[in-house]
Write a protein that binds this ligand. Sequence first.
Ligand SMILES: [Fe+2]
Length: 207
Amino acid sequence: MAKYELPPLPYSYDALEPHIDESTMKIHHTKHHQAYTDGLNETLIRINALSHKNYIIGILSDLNSVTEIARDAINFHGGGYENHRMFWESMKPNGGGKPGGRLADEIGVYFGSFSEFKEKFSKGTIAIQGSGWGWLVYNQTYSSLEFTITPNQTSPWTQRLVPLLGLDVWEHAYYLKYQNRRIDYVNAWWNVVNWPEIEERFLRVAS
Ligand SMILES: [Fe+2]
């Protein structure tokens, strides 16, 4: 397996203005995401696992397959790599609004309504202590949608949950523009959610 590489952003650094500012996007992508990518590669080299047959999602889904001395590092850097890869694609200029199709129906089933889902997601994510992510996930065991949070860079894959939509609430994701106002960042972020992409992710895994 070749080394992991920083995936290019699917839009320009200023494309999500005014909701997410250009400087934050540039530093977040070229410094933070790059650092997780480098950390993942360095960890895989350290344990002679660059040829690991699974893509990082497979590794995260079975962390016990990783030698114990590197498990935390894979969880952190591998999660950081994959979480951010998804994060960029979860947003787009002129996004927002509501999902449609089957995802909209299922959100209604499991959360009551889209506005109830949004409130639960926002409140739960704003309340994360320290750094972490809020998630809409698909639980393949119960064929259900759930909201969950993970600390630091832990991926939902490590809990056998399929991430559909994640929100990064590390301070590096918002501090330049919003300082300590995480709530303002979360509220603004809904305006850039790429719902068609999230719907496609759901349809790929939903049974
Ligand atoms: Fe981040």
